[in-house]
Design a protein around this ligand. Structure first.
Ligand SMILES: CC(C)(COP(=O)(O)OP(=O)(O)OC[C@H]1O[C@@H](n2cnc3c(N)ncnc32)[C@H](O)[C@@H]1OP(=O)(O)O)[C@@H](O)C(=O)NCCC(=O)NCCS
Length: 160
């Protein structure tokens, strides 16, 4: 597996069963989705994501293999600001650079769409995720008082 071959395609119903398998219990789902999704996952919840006009949901694949290795969403917060959400990598390939490469590809989508600021929220105990985001340039946000008080907000400025 070579994560440099990673690309993003739209998240489709055929991905649901595989992505659902990545979350073994309610705790794992909480790290990924916060309070947004309920355990157990079902197609109706994934359909809700696909039909949400405020976001685009992406599946990461590697090379010619169509199976999902990652999932990520870009939520528009304002004409200049987007939030990355629901970032996850298949457990079988974690720790091999897929997360870092996928988030870099999501950032590229934001840059191409001309957004100025990319933000995300992460649980403060999620050291792997925080490390990946830091490596890509995200920094703890100077913005105080957000709605996700239990989470760390991280920011990446793409332009002034
Ligand atoms: C967080 C997640 C997306 C990272 O993806 P990944 O493919 O495992 O991460 P990568 O291999 O790209 O590694 C990213 C960084 O974390 C480090 N890392 C990887 N596995 C680690 C581990 N088990 N413990 C500590 N650090 C780890 C890597 O060294 C790398 O750091 P570097 O960029 O400084 O070298 C993935 O672990 C995941 O899906 N976790 C469950 C869902 C989740 O928590 N999502 C985040 C919600 S905000």
């Amino acid at each position: 597996m070579d994560s440099t071959d990673l690309r993003l395609r739209p998240f489709v119903p055929g991905d649901d069963a595989e992505v659902t398998r990545w979350f073994a219990d309610a705790g794992a789902l909480r790290l990924f989705a916060g309070k947004r999704l309920r355990w157990p996952l079902d197609t109706a919840q994934w359909d809700g994501i696909r039909s949400d006009p405020t976001l685009t949901a992406w599946t990461a694949i590697i090379g010619e293999d169509a199976r999902p290795v990652g999932h990520g969403e870009i939520v528009e917060e304002s004409p200049t600001e987007v939030r990355l959400a629901m970032i996850a990598v298949a457990p079988s390939v974690r720790g091999r650079g897929v997360g870092r490469t996928m988030v870099a590809a999501l950032i590229e989508k934001c840059r191409e769409a001309d957004y100025s600021l990319v933000i995300l929220f992460v649980h403060p105990d999620n050291a792997t995720a925080i490390r990946a985001y830091r490596g890509l340039g995200f920094r703890p946000s100077p913005v105080a008082g957000n709605s996700n008080s239990n989470s760390l907000r991280m920011d990446l400025r793409l332009k002034k």
